[in-house]
Design a protein around this ligand. Sequence first.
Ligand SMILES: *[C@@H]1O[C@H](CO)[C@@H](O)[C@H](O)[C@H]1NC(C)=O
Ligand SMILES: *[C@@H]1O[C@H](CO)[C@@H](O)[C@H](O)[C@H]1NC(C)=O
Ligand SMILES: *[C@@H]1O[C@H](CO)[C@@H](O)[C@H](O)[C@H]1NC(C)=O
Length: 162
Amino acid sequence: MARRELVALLFLIHAVALATANKFTVGDAHGWNPNVNYTIWEEKHRPFYVGDWIVFYYQSGQADVVQVDEIGYNKCDASNAISNYSKGRSYAFQLNQTKQYYFICSYGYCYGGMKLAIKAQALPPPSPPPKANKSDAFSVVGSRLVGSIAGFFGLVIFFWLF
Ligand SMILES: *[C@@H]1O[C@H](CO)[C@@H](O)[C@H](O)[C@H]1NC(C)=O
Ligand SMILES: *[C@@H]1O[C@H](CO)[C@@H](O)[C@H](O)[C@H]1NC(C)=O
Ligand SMILES: *[C@@H]1O[C@H](CO)[C@@H](O)[C@H](O)[C@H]1NC(C)=O
């Protein structure tokens, strides 16, 4: 496959993924660092759904992301880790099951609150189509049409440029 086709394909896949899953930066601008209350962060951004991604950004070599169970979370104990990650400066994790996930930093900062409990809920069923009158229906179709036309020309311009 030509490089530009591959790029366009990735672009499309990305657009589709964006429509179905959200990506959250753990701690927002604070990232994954000591002295941030991740309970408050979680409460602010919930609900989280299966398929969503959470991304931990940390100082290289200063933190790890260890997935533990509830006991490990409560005790800041990484000895029964489910997974652990510490490479580079970030770690993206997909919440791909309906359950409560627990993450801690095993470098000692967990006791100060560097730990995250986060619940992934089942995706809500698609909301029933609103009882739209004709003009609403038209505006929905119309905006989709405008969206796809814009997308089409975006791709054309993209190919033209490369
Ligand atoms: C993380 O995984 C590595 C390799 O499996 C292991 O050596 C290390 O002890 C683990 N660290 C924690 C905190 O679980
Ligand atoms: C679920 O997410 C984890 C962590 O991102 C990944 O390692 C695993 O392969 C995923 N499982 C499935 C079934 O997608
Ligand atoms: C984080 O905030 C929650 C909710 O306000 C509070 O219950 C908890 O004690 C705080 N954790 C830390 C480590 O300060």
